[in-house]
Design a protein around this ligand. Structure first.
Ligand code: F6R
Length: 608
């Protein structure tokens, strides 16, 4: 997820671009850049880090001109450095381009261009598009772009300038957002409405596969075959303040609702037909067959995804797997040997405890993989291979979309490795791949449902002091994660417990007002969990049941019933956690908590 913005008009383009990029920083902020046309060719400025770094560069080395494009980056291909920052310029210095998305076939295009003698400067997928445009340029930027996009696979919002046509920006999109702002004597393009709100409220949302030609005097839209399209701008009611959160009250709620997209991004290109495709990790089947044990290292929410990861890896690979809190691991005098495969899990890639534990296992000669969300962060830089979760920037302190995409990452790894070590058969792989493919849609259906029971529970139980969450097997970690979400943002004490452990102690807590959330989707342990619920009900406890649609027994037992769609049990933690995220969210908002910045916490814990 990156932010793009473009301007054509009488103002200094850099001022408009910086204002736009500031509004888009929520989409990524590991580097930024602008390109401006002023009749003397294209002038580019870039800087690594927050937008303020680019502003500093521009204040000492400014560029003047009224046509320009700007980009704030959230790296997907190539670490965050100046060379990989956008805009990218073609080998002949004439095309400048910004991109949000992923060009999936960039490797083959890069090979083809390299054979024609093009020298690449960056590690990005975007640079190929700049060179393709330069090669194909036919005197008209619009016609050239329409030809070149036919060669691209993947997702993109692209904005392009050419020094032979310095009065215009040409743009297109497929799978990534792009809006056009219509001004008076000036026009804009952007990833999102907030970027142009300071200047205009007249917005056109570009349709999939369509192209736009933007000049000072007007905007023209075309379909993929360059047939002109008519359009009427809409007047947005968005205010600047609400805009970065896209109308959501909090980033956490926005990020909960981004999960269908985030999951689709995580899966994209990693399933092919009925198969998991982990080729990007360059894992070697023979060497994987030599792995004697797997250790997962993580903290907090990532630790709970690692707990699910253990069950998945053991089921699909039959390799003994242990999950460690990274802060415990490093002081536990761990046994490390070269037969060990270590998987470090981290949203930020900067968590000090996880980094330190990773350093220890590397010294011991273990092989290492990361599941991480932030490209180019410290953890991916340390490991042999990284599966990026592509959830986009997570700003709310309470992790939501990072968690569900980590779970999807573990499913991919477990099934992919399971196939490579011959412990998962084709039929099982097919079933899981099919289930995974349905996940984004099922999560969306769940979110669209407006789960009334969740809101009612939040209202009813916001004033209790304690909550119990129980689950078994794949959903034991869901209980831990549900409890963590509640305690960190509502400040209500909550515990996640293995359902079977209740009778060994915690059952003593149960009485008339004590609520337990029982996570019991269809699967091997459902019946056992129902028995645990019976034990609670027999002691007059209150039970909120989370079960699969159509489970009549759960309906009868429950004081409140939350239902999720049917799915393979290995995938159920992805669906089951969604209502629990919402329950924590609505409880916290009822209590007036600072949801995005809960007290005493920080998004990235870079101290041990
Ligand atoms: C909880 C939460 C934290 C993080 C933990 C690890 O909602 O966000 O528990 O999961 O601090 O952070 P990462 O995943 O960045 O290593």
């Amino acid at each position: 997820m990156c932010g793009i913005v473009g301007y054509v008009g009488p103002r200094e383009a850099t001022e408009v671009l910086i204002e736009g990029l500031r509004r888009l920083e929520y989409r990524g902020y590991d580097s930024a850049g602008v390109a401006v046309m002023n009749g003397t060719g294209v002038q580019v400025r870039k800087a690594v880090g927050r937008l303020s770094a680019l502003e500093k560069v521009l204040s000492s080395n400014g560029i003047h001109g009224g046509v320009g494009i700007g980009h704030t980056r959230w790296a997907t291909h190539g670490v965050p450095n100046e060379v990989n920052s956008h805009p990218h310029v073609s080998y002949d210095g004439k095309v400048s381009i910004i991109h949000n998305g992923i060009i999936e076939n960039y490797r083959e295009l890069k090979r083809e261009l390299a054979e024609q003698g093009v020298k690449f400067k960056s590690d990005t997928d975007t640079e190929v598009v700049a060179h393709l445009l330069a090669k194909a340029f036919d005197g008209g930027l619009l016609t050239t772009l329409s030809k070149v996009v036919k060669r691209l696979r993947g997702a993109y919002a692209l904005a392009v300038c050419h020094s032979d046509q310095p009065d215009r920006i040409v743009a297109t999109r497929m799978g990534s957002p792009l809006v056009i702002g219509i001004g008076e004597g000036e026009n804009f393009i952007a990833s999102d409405v907030p970027a142009v709100l300071k200047y205009t409220r007249q917005i056109v949302f570009l349709e999939e596969g369509c192209l736009a030609q933007v000049t000072r005097d007007g905007v023209e839209l075309f379909d993929a075959d360059l047939k002109p399209l008519s359009f009427t701008p809409t007047t947005t009611s968005l205010t600047l303040d609400a805009a970065e959160k896209e109308g959501y009250e909090h980033f956490m709620l926005k990020e909960i609702h981004e999960q269908p997209h985030a999951l689709a991004e995580t899966i994209r290109g990693r399933i092919d037909g009925d198969h998991v495709d982990l080729s990007e990790l360059e894992l070697d089947a023979e060497s994987l067959k030599g792995v004697k044990r797997i250790a997962i290292l993580a903290c907090g929410t990532s630790l709970y995804s690692g707990m699910v990861g253990k069950y998945l890896l053991e089921r699909f690979t039959r390799i003994p797997t242990e999950t460690w809190s990274a802060s415990e691991f490093r002081y536990a005098d761990p046994v490390i040997d070269p037969g060990m495969l270590v998987i470090a899990v981290s949203q930020s890639g900067e968590t000090a405890d996880t980094l330190e534990a990773l350093r220890i296992v590397k010294e011991g000669g273990a092989r290492t993989i990361a599941i991480c969300n932030v490209m180019g962060s410290s953890i991916p830089r340390m490991v042999d291979a990284t599966l990026y979760t592509r959830a986009g920037p997570e700003i709310g302190v309470a992790s939501t979309k990072a968690y569900t995409t980590q779970l999807a990452g573990f499913v991919l790894l477990a099934v992919g490795i399971g196939r490579m070590v011959d412990k998962t058969d084709e039929a099982t792989e097919k079933t899981i791949v099919e289930g995974l493919r349905q996940m984004p849609g099922q999560v969306k259906a769940l979110l669209d449902e407006d789960i009334v029971a969740v809101k009612r529970c939040a209202k009813r139980y916001k004033d209790v002091f304690n909550f119990m969450y129980i689950g078994r097997h794949f959903n034991y970690p869901t209980a831990m994660e549900g409890a963590l979400k509640l305690k960190e943002i509502s400040y209500i004490h909550a515990e996640g417990y293995a359902g079977g452990e209740m009778k060994h102690g915690p059952l003593a807590l149960v009485e008339g007002t004590f609520p337990t959330i029982a996570i019991a989707p269809a699967g091997r342990t459902r019946e056992k969990l129902i028995s645990n619920v019976q034990e609670i009900k027999a002691r007059k406890g209150v039970v909120v049941m989370l079960s699969t649609h159509g489970d009549e027994e759960a309906r009868e037992l429950a004081d409140y019933l939350i239902e999720i769609p049917a799915c393979e049990e290995e995938l159920s933690p992805i669906l089951a956690v969604i209502p629990l995220q919402l329950l924590a969210y609505y409880t916290a908002t009822q209590l007036g908590r600072d949801v995005d910045k809960p007290r005493n916490l920080a998004k990235s814990v870079t101290v041990e």
